[in-house]
Design a protein around this ligand. Structure first.
Ligand code: CA
Length: 243
């Protein structure tokens, strides 16, 4: 079979939701370098916003410096640089002490796709109308579910469901999980913050993502559905299509 080059297109929407007074999510991407990032910040006052935007900016800055599509090592270096930038900023400024962020990033180079994850933002892949979750949450309750100590239902209702076990910027060093696979033409990738996935079950995500709509309209549909379901948190959706 001929291996035609894949091209990636993207669209994103970040929304306050219906309960929060500020948006601590950030996203950014470079189609040119094939890099797409969503971050969900945490920390008092405006610290979460600082952490998530610093992470996105630093990763994209490093990627742009690297020139072409980044290698796995260059992505790891960019993520380490983002971690360092947040960590040192928090140490210098007491108001920002303890700030951190989740980070899910997709790096695509022709067919080769790598997904990097820290925290509980997620990456999904819709392929032939079937949705698969690529990342595993670094969350206390999801880790209990994975070892069979808690059911998915208990996890959803747990008061500890917000506790994440890995974050960018809260410690001197952190390693992302890395998932590697080949994209197929038509694949649709969703990067999102938990403000989407707490409101919408995977089955509903799958049917919404299967709608034959332009990416920007799909983003609006997803955010609208999460708001309709409650909009308890900030909602960020970044869609990437391989074609
Ligand atoms: Ca969130």
């Amino acid at each position: 079979m001929a291996t035609a080059l894949l091209h990636y297109t993207a669209a994103a929407v970040s929304d306050l939701g219906r309960k929060r007074s500020s948006n601590e999510d950030s996203y950014g991407f470079s189609v040119e370098h094939g890099v797409f990032v969503v971050c969900d910040g945490m920390g008092g006052a405006a610290a979460g916003e600082v952490a998530s935007s610093l992470a996105v900016d630093e990763i994209l800055r490093m990627v742009a410096e690297a020139g072409s599509a980044p290698s796995c090592e260059q992505m790891e270096d960019a993520i380490a640089a983002a971690n360092h930038a947040i960590y040192t900023r928090a140490q210098r400024n007491q108001k920002l002490s303890g700030m951190g962020t989740t980070m899910v990033a997709l790096a695509a180079m022709e067919r080769q796709v790598r997904v990097f994850n820290i925290g509980d933002s997620r990456c999904y892949r819709l392929r032939k109308a079937k949705l698969d979750q690529i990342t595993l949450d670094h969350s206390l309750v999801e880790e209990q579910v994975r070892i069979g100590r808690m059911t998915e239902d208990e996890a959803q209702r747990s008061p500890l469901r917000n506790v994440i076990t890995r974050a960018l910027g809260t410690q001197a060093e952190v390693k992302p999980d890395i998932f590697e696979f080949e994209a197929e033409p038509g694949d649709l990738f969703l990067l999102c913050s938990d403000g989407l996935t707490r409101e919408l079950e995977d089955r509903l995500l799958e049917s919404l993502l299967s709608l034959d709509l332009p990416l920007d309209q799909l983003c609006v549909r997803l955010v609208g559905a999460a708001n309709k379901a409650g909009g308890h948190d900030n909602i960020t959706v970044l869609l990437v299509r391989a074609g």
